[in-house]
Design a protein around this ligand. Structure first.
Ligand code: ADP
Ligand code: ZN
Ligand code: ZN
Length: 841
């Protein structure tokens, strides 16, 4: 099933093109055939963006991508004309079109949904795109009646969408044509970045005139130039770059004009003379992806022996493996190894993609990478504006960026010559997109992408996902280990704090054990920094009446509301619903309304009380909403004026601070006991990663305190011993016994409806139909998820469990889709929606 295949046959140049099959950014599972106007047919290429009318009366307009060119008219409908071609040089590569198609098949969604997520909105014009009145317009042109009406309306509004204009223009009007005409008359402006056509950078080159490609003629020329030393020097210089005496055909490649110009003061005019005298000729080419004379990197990375060995092993394993796992403990300097490999790949002329989880991709790593790669490196981050994303996209096509570091959606960028993809922290669940479709896993997509481009994939982690480690153990991936921290630093000492015991002895102060308070105190005295981890934001997750047990719950979702003290409100973490904090119980009127449990806000408050005068920062979703908030917190903490950093799992990812010697972990039990077959693996990963923030510099032995009610849990001992392999052995056995991934593939189907009865009815029917064909061992559920209602939709899950290697997964998926379509078209089950999540986490 992982075999690539081509749906899009290549187009023969001699054929006359009349039709184009297009990808439209809408959730309809097919390509759309449009007619190509004669004048456009010539230069239209696969991967180019075009603008097309759509819908009744052409009332909508979309940016579409050309996936196929042919001359077979569609049999079902009369094809409409493409209105406009946006790219003379395609902005999407044929690789991407294949990838979009693979994703839509594998993750069971529409190719249009993939395109929609893949392209930054700045590259799409849609029905939502706006048209503005051009303030410089002074009516020099004649307007048609309809145009005049539209323009009058546009003058009154800041902007109007294509849809709105369609409504104003009335039925039967061709909105794209109208707008095109208005744009032509300079009466309106359409969003600039959308209309901007892609023009590649051209560079001027020079080459010797054909006449001199023959050796004898060349010698004659050089002799003739004896009396003109400057000119002769330029020709000699040219020959030193292009040794055409050896191979005359090299001359056709030519040389950057700028290189010859750099020679001597007077060379510019000498070169001009040579060109005028037809010794040299100039020509233009699209800027090559890799200029032959790119400057070498300025920073020398000196790898430690262990790192060098790891890097060499990876290169050796790449000779026989396409995918290699680098299992390197926290602080071992995996980034330095990556940098080394990236440099090698870039030197060989290929592109490199370096994927990082969302949060990790912030100042720290970017600064380190920029020092080495400068502005040759593109950065693709979801907090970046759309314009910035468009810039990176175009920068890859134009060759400005040979190397991109980015978050999961960077797998959609238009690479065409990848040599290496690095997936850092490959175990991170944030690589999986939940909503909207495509619900893809960036690591797995990266592996497919690499497969097509014959690139190598390096997966890196201190705590690999069981799936990945299993593949390595099976010999399907290479495996390289790096078990030494950089520069004499050692892994931190991990100590369990028995909170049950401390509670008995009454030494706990709220959430803090005396052991942790003592350690924090010591750290403050030493002027060393501490990190405190609690995977829950807000002040407290519950608000409850002591007299009648009423609990504040969301009106739209089946969850309790979280109390946020800063903003004095109750919030739903699922739908965003907010409420005022009740003064009395809304049921019995009691004033004994209390909060239960604790989140990062409460810890922050308590630290201020226990350590007055100390500086505490908090890092969670609430404090990092603004674009640069995250960077600011990190910089302040790095600056050293801050003593303690409290945070959610955000603080566990890849952060590297010199002065942190203590990590405190709250509520480890909640992580471990989460009802999910992956809970143990997750808990181990989180605990190990957050512990790994401590003691990253030599001479500063790190310490980690884990507060727990039951210190005897075996997973905690494994965290203490940094025993990943022990954890793996135990977990993989369990996965095998119960046939969970990596021994099976999971597809989760979530049925949703505002009426509980209907969602259950639909789910039961779907489960029964699937069971009939696939057998009861492969279908789990239907079952209500932990949170059974979100945004007023009742949810029911069905889990399809398919053995690896035994099933024709493609056929099964087609069958599932068919059953789902059947249910969705049932009149009795109107409004039911079914979310398909392949390889759900
Ligand atoms: P990991 O990602 O494996 O947790 P990092 O790559 O963040 O580790 O490295 C840990 C720290 O050690 C970083 O501050 C890094 O700059 C430093 N470091 C690692 N290797 C080297 C090296 N070869 N030379 C200089 N500094 C290094
Ligand atoms: Zn009450
Ligand atoms: Zn809610």
């Amino acid at each position: 099933e992982n075999q690539p295949y081509s749906l899009f046959s290549s187009f023969e140049a001699e054929e006359v093109t009349f039709f184009a099959d297009l990808i439209l950014p809408i959730p309809v599972p097919k390509l759309f055939t449009y007619r190509v106007p004669r004048g456009m047919a010539e230069g239209l290429k696969i991967g180019a963006r075009v603008i097309v009318p759509f819908g009744k009366n052409n009332g909508r307009v979309y940016t579409a991508i050309v996936a196929r060119l042919h001359n077979t008219p569609p049999s079902q409908y009369q094809a409409r004309y493409i209105s406009e071609v946006l790219d003379e040089y395609p902005l999407t590569t044929s690789y991407q079109i294949e990838l979009f198609n693979w994703i839509s098949e594998y993750y069971m969604c529409c190719i249009g949904e993939v395109m929609n997520v893949a392209l930054p909105s700045g590259l799409k014009i849609s029905s939502q795109s706006k048209v503005q009145f051009n303030p410089d317009f002074d009516y020099p042109e004649l307007l048609t009646d309809v145009e005049a009406i539209l323009l009058a309306e546009l003058k009154k509004q800041p902007a109007l969408s294509y849809d709105e204009l369609g409504r104003l223009a009335g039925t039967g009007s061709n909105v794209p044509a109208l707008i095109k005409s208005l744009v032509g008359k300079k009466a309106v402006i359409v969003f600039e970045e959308v209309r901007e056509k892609y023009v590649p950078k051209m560079i001027r080159k020079v080459r010797l005139h054909r006449n001199y490609e023959e050796r004898e003629q060349l010698l004659v020329l050089l002799q003739r130039l004896e009396k003109l030393p400057k000119q002769q020097e330029i020709v000699m210089r040219y020959l030193s770059y292009i040794p055409m005496q050896r191979d005359p055909s090299l001359n056709q490649k030519g040389l950057d004009k700028s290189i010859l110009n750099q020679a001597e003061e007077l060379s510019q005019s000498s070169l001009t003379t040579l060109i005028k005298n037809n010794v040299f000729e100039t020509f233009e080419v699209i800027q090559p992806r890799f200029s032959d004379n790119s400057p070498a990197t300025s920073v020398e990375i000196k790898l430690t022996d262990a790192q060098r060995k790891a890097s060499e092993q990876i290169m050796t394993q790449f000779e026989s493996q396409n995918i290699v796992l680098l299992h390197g403990i926290t602080g071992s300097g995996k980034t330095e190894v990556y940098i080394n490999l990236i440099q090698q790949a870039l030197e060989s002329g290929s592109q490199v993609l370096y994927l990082l989880p969302e949060i990790a991709l912030t100042t720290q790593i970017v600064v380190r990478l920029q020092r080495v790669f400068g502005d040759k490196m593109g950065i693709y981050h979801s907090k970046f504006s759309d314009n910035e994303r468009v810039e990176v996209w175009k920068g890859i096509v134009s060759g400005q960026y040979q190397f991109v570091v980015g978050v999961r959606s960077a797998v959609f960028l238009p690479f065409d010559n990848l040599g290496l993809i690095i997936v850092d922290e490959e175990h991170e669940t944030s690589y999986k997109q939940h909503d909207p479709a495509p619900r893809y896993h960036a690591r797995d997509v990266a592996i497919m992408l690499a497969h097509w481009q014959q690139a190598k994939v390096l997966l890196g982690s201190a705590t690999p996902s069981l799936e990945t480690y299993y593949q390595a153990k099976q010999g399907r991936y290479g495996l390289v280990e790096l078990f030494q921290r950089f520069g004499e630093a050692t892994l931190p000492t991990i100590v369990l704090v028995d909170t049950k015991q401390e509670k008995k002895q009454k030494t706990m102060k709220n959430e803090f054990s005396s052991t942790l308070l003592q350690a924090l105190e010591t750290n403050l005295e030493r002027k060393e920094q501490s990190i405190l981890f609690q995977n829950r934001r807000g002040y407290s997750p519950y608000m409850q009446c002591e007299d009648c047990d009423w609990t504040a719950e969301c009106s739209n979702c089946a969850v309790s509301l979280t109390y946020h003290q800063r903003d004095a409100e109750l919030r739903c973490h699922y739908c965003g619903h907010k409420e005022q904090v009740p003064r009395v119980c809304p049921i019995c009127g009691s004033t004994k309304v209390r909060t239960l449990g604790f989140g990062t806000e409460k810890l922050e408050d308590q630290l201020q009380i226990y350590f007055p005068g100390s500086r505490v920062l908090r890092m969670d979703m609430d404090t990092t909403r603004a674009k640069n908030a995250y960077q600011q917190i990190i910089q302040e903490f790095e600056g050293g004026q801050v003593d303690m950093l409290v945070g959610t799992q955000m603080i566990t990812k890849g952060l590297d601070f010199d002065n942190v010697s203590l990590v405190g972990i709250f509520d480890a039990d909640r992580l471990i006991r989460f009802p999910d077959f992956r809970a143990t693996e997750r808990a181990f990963q989180l605990l190990t990663q957050v512990s790994g923030r401590a003691g990253r510099r030599a001479g500063r032995q790190g310490k980690v305190l884990i507060q727990t009610n039951s210190p005897q849990q075996t997973i905690l001992q494994k965290v203490i011993d940094n025993d990943y392999k022990g954890l793996y052995e135990e977990e993989i056995q369990e996965r095998q016994d119960f046939n969970y991934p990596p021994f099976s593939r999971l597809i989760k189907l979530t049925v949703r409806h505002p009426d509980r009865h209907i969602s259950h009815q639909a789910a039961e029917r779907l489960a029964a139909e699937l069971t009939d064909t696939l057998g009861s061992t492969r279908i789990l559920g239907p079952e209500e998820p932990l949170v059974e209602r979100i945004r007023n939709q009742f949810l029911v899950d069905i889990l399809v469990k398919l053995e690896r290697d035994k099933m024709n997964v493609k056929a099964v998926k087609a069958f599932i889709q068919e059953r789902i379509n059947d249910i969705l078209t049932d009149k009795g089950l109107r409004q039911v929606s079914i979310v398909i999540d392949v390889d759900c986490l």
